[in-house]
Design a binder for this molecule. Structure first.
Ligand SMILES: NC(=O)C1=CN([C@@H]2O[C@H](COP(=O)(O)OP(=O)(O)OC[C@H]3O[C@@H](n4cnc5c(N)ncnc54)[C@H](O)[C@@H]3O)[C@@H](O)[C@H]2O)C=CC1
Ligand SMILES: O=C(O)C(=O)COP(=O)(O)O
Length: 317
């Protein structure tokens, strides 16, 4: 039976399913320089990755045993998909499994942002009652999300999951998407009732200018989608959250917009230079940070593990 390497980790649910079917799963991290060697030595047929492992032309050329590349997650920007397919290697991802987790993280950042939690967590360990009183003063001008406008850029699976939470919180939702022109978001309640919200796409400029908060949900882009010009269009005092990809949002322009008080806060899960984000980003008191964990909940990773395993089994058996 074929050998499988899960190079960026795989939930036990996926390992169990694969092993039950007789596959040998190596759930270990092999460094980039040794990866081709390892794949060849162990006759690996399926390589399972997340975002950390780069699967480029060279690796594909160096590993003729590879039949499948499975991406546990959504973004395929770390894999040369076109080249892999030209070599008859199947490439697949798990597009739906982490949408809810990413959408919830958006609200973790938004709620941090509007109540300064990221900054009070940094500052409260400093001792003294005068310090406490001073911090209480500084952080006493929070605002509510309810009644505010959330602008969503990219209205696919995660954008729509984010819209659903926003609507449930009593926010208004605007969106822009270059394919989806209209979408119905259904809120279902425990008593079986449901409410449909029909939303229509608007221009990016209109969304930026009319939103209290903006959340980004597009795939990796060739160039910044949100740069200096776009940030300038945003409402003074608004906030932005990026859980999509570093490089969608210009970090230099972002820091300028925060330092000049044009924007109130940002929440970042993804960074232009991962795994070493810029110090100016890391140390900015107006930025709520998370280390690319949008899809990293127990539930999402279990769903991802099962979906990856099912796809490998279907393709290799
Ligand atoms: N932070 C994290 O851990 C995670 C991040 N992601 C990121 O989120 C991205 C989105 O995921 P999904 O919503 O599942 O993808 P999706 O494909 O369902 O939705 C993306 C939407 O963006 C739209 N779009 C693309 N380029 C655009 C542009 N320039 N302007 C306007 N709209 C544009 C597309 O038409 C599509 O509707 C992924 O590609 C990935 O980069 C995904 C999962 C976890
Ligand atoms: O699924 C995605 O696109 C993600 O960005 C998640 O990345 P990760 O699997 O957590 O390295």
């Amino acid at each position: 039976m074929a050998n499988i390497l899960a190079n960026d980790g795989l939930a036990q649910s996926g390992i169990d399913l694969l092993e039950k079917e007789g596959f040998e799963v190596k759930n270990t991290r092999v460094a980039e320089e040794q990866l081709a060697n390892y794949i060849n030595k162990n006759k690996i047929e399926a390589l399972l990755v997340r975002s950390a492992t780069k699967v480029d032309k060279k690796l594909i050329d160096d590993c003729p045993s590879l039949k499948l590349i499975g991406r546990g997650g959504v973004g395929l920007d770390n894999i040369d998909v076109k080249y892999a397919k030209s070599k008859d290697i199947h490439v697949f991802n798990t597009p739906e499994a982490s949408s809810e987790s990413v959408a919830e993280l958006v609200f973790a950042h938004l709620l941090n942002g509007v109540r300064f939690l990221h900054d009070s967590n940094r500052n409260m360990p400093l001792e003294g009652d005068s310090q406490f009183k001073q911090l209480k003063k500084s952080y006493s001008a929070g605002v509510e999300l309810r009644g505010k406008v959330l602008g969503i850029v990219g209205f696919g699976r995660i954008g729509q999951a984010t819209a659903k939470i926003a609507l449930a919180l009593g926010m208004e939702v605007l969106f822009t998407d270059h394919h989806t022109k209209e979408a119905t978001i259904t809120l279902s309640y425990f008593d079986g009732q449901s409410v449909d919200f029909v939303l229509k796409s608007k221009d990016l400029k209109e969304v930026l200018a009319n939103s209290d908060f903006v959340s980004l949900h597009v795939p990796s882009q060739e160039k910044y989608l949100i740069g200096k010009k776009e940030l300038a269009l945003m409402k003074p005092g608004s906030g932005i959250v990026n859980t999509s990809r570093g490089g969608v949002l210009d970090e230099v322009a972002l820091v300028e917009a925060l330092d000049s008080d044009h924007l109130a806060f940002a929440g970042l899960d993804v960074f232009e230079s991962e795994p070493n984000p810029e110090i100016k980003i890391l140390m900015n008191p107006k930025i709520s940070l998370s280390p690319h964990v949008g899809g990293s909940t127990i539930e999402a990773q279990q769903r991802i593990g099962i979906e990856l395993a099912q796809k490998v089994i279907k393709l290799l058996k």
